[in-house]
Design a protein. Structure first.
Length: 186
């Protein structure tokens, strides 16, 4: 009986202390990330920006997210450029500004970032920050379809591209497909 009680106490201690160990590990991990980001590592800057933007393991702070995204984006990090575009498109921590969102999405899309390509397709489809242009929307959505690796993202891009296609003539679709093929060759 004493052995059982002892085992129970040990198991409870392990179970109850696990979150504390995890918290220490998370805090150490965040501190390590902050150091690497401060030393100019673009991936660490992007990761720190994501933590601040989502409020995961750090208090949510869009100003800090913006700061770290900008530093990583200045080094050509496509994911950071995409993330800046999202902040400006949504007006999170910055004034909502379509032109600025478009700028960052274009930079990220030029590097093959599927999310940026998708968002450019949406902006052209809706005429948000750019003239409404189905050929450009279809082009960017086609590129996103080819670039997305996750099934749900891929399927969503196909659905939106099909919505755009429903508003286009066969000649416009052919033009958009050619533009997408030509873009891939660059």
């Amino acid at each position: 009986m004493k052995t059982r009680q002892c085992l129970l106490v040990i198991v409870l201690f392990v179970l109850l202390s696990a979150p504390l160990v995890g918290a220490d590990d998370q805090a150490a991990s965040v501190e390590s990330l902050k150091q690497r980001a401060a030393q100019g590592e673009a991936e660490a800057q992007l990761s720190l920006g994501l933590l601040y933007a989502t409020g995961k393991n750090l208090p949510q702070d869009y100003a800090e997210a913006l700061k770290w995204y900008r530093l990583a984006a200045a080094q050509g990090n496509a994911a950071a450029q995409f993330s800046l575009g999202v902040l400006y498109a949504k007006g999170e921590g910055v004034p909502q500004e379509d032109a600025e969102a478009l700028k960052w999405f274009r930079l990220a899309a030029a590097q093959g970032n599927a999310g940026a390509q998708f968002n450019l397709g949406i902006l052209y489809y809706e005429g948000q920050g750019v003239p409404q242009e189905n050929v450009q929307a279809y082009k960017w959505l086609t590129l996103a379809v080819g670039a997305f690796t996750g099934k749900s993202d891929h399927d969503n891009a196909v659905k939106v591209r099909d919505l755009v296609a429903a508003r286009m003539t066969p000649a416009q679709i052919a033009e958009a497909q050619k533009l997408a093929r030509d873009w891939k060759k660059q």
